[in-house]
Write a protein of this length. Structure first.
Length: 187
């Protein structure tokens, strides 16, 4: 499954850019989600709403036949607080970079070979076809930028049956320590 193929269609946000439009000087291209697209994105991402989504792209030629894409994503989303389930509004702003090369220029996957991945290194280039779906890239970057545990300011988690002011339950080992003190030293 490709990250940019039809399997990512359930979010409904697509902006196809033909690679031939990117000249030697590069190309600046901005996209913005409509109200209907933001509604589908909210459902796809599991958030209450996507209020705004704008992405500015700068696309340049890279390694003769490839492309390098830089972007700035700006969005406002409303998520459910993980403690109170109340709406929490947050801003997502992230810069990102993607690189693309024709499939024949990307090193083939060696089946059965051990592969070293440097977690601090650059991501490998993605396959380049005749077009790039900027919408799919925007959705991926927005998903990565969301707070996985949004909290309303001042909310505190209290286990079921307790309140935030309750003292924590004593450790079961505290009773053993008291018992040990009563029994005296070991013979």
């Amino acid at each position: 499954m490709s990250r940019h193929g039809p399997d990512n269609d359930s979010h409904g946000f697509h902006r196809l850019l033909p690679v031939r439009k990117v000249g030697e000087a590069g190309l600046a291209h901005d996209i913005e989600a409509s109200g209907e697209e933001r509604s589908r994105l909210a459902s796809f991402l599991g958030v209450l709403s996507v209020e705004t989504l704008k992405v500015g792209f700068r696309i340049q030629r890279w390694r003769a036949r490839g492309l390098r894409l830089e972007g700035l994503l700006q969005a406002r989303v409303v998520q459910s607080c993980v403690v109170t389930l109340e709406p929490v509004q947050s801003a997502v702003e992230t810069r990102f970079e993607r690189r693309f090369l024709p499939t024949e220029m990307i090193a083939p996957d060696g089946e059965g070979e051990e592969v070293f991945v440097d977690p601090d290194g650059e991501d490998p280039p993605e396959p380049l076809t005749h077009e790039i779906d900027l919408g799919v890239i925007a959705v991926e970057e927005l998903a990565l930028g969301l707070d996985p545990y949004p909290r309303k300011p001042g909310s505190v988690f209290a286990p079921e049956g307790s309140t935030a002011g309750d003292k924590p339950a004593p450790s079961p080992f505290a009773a053993l320590a008291r018992l040990k003190g009563r029994l005296g030293p070991k013979p």
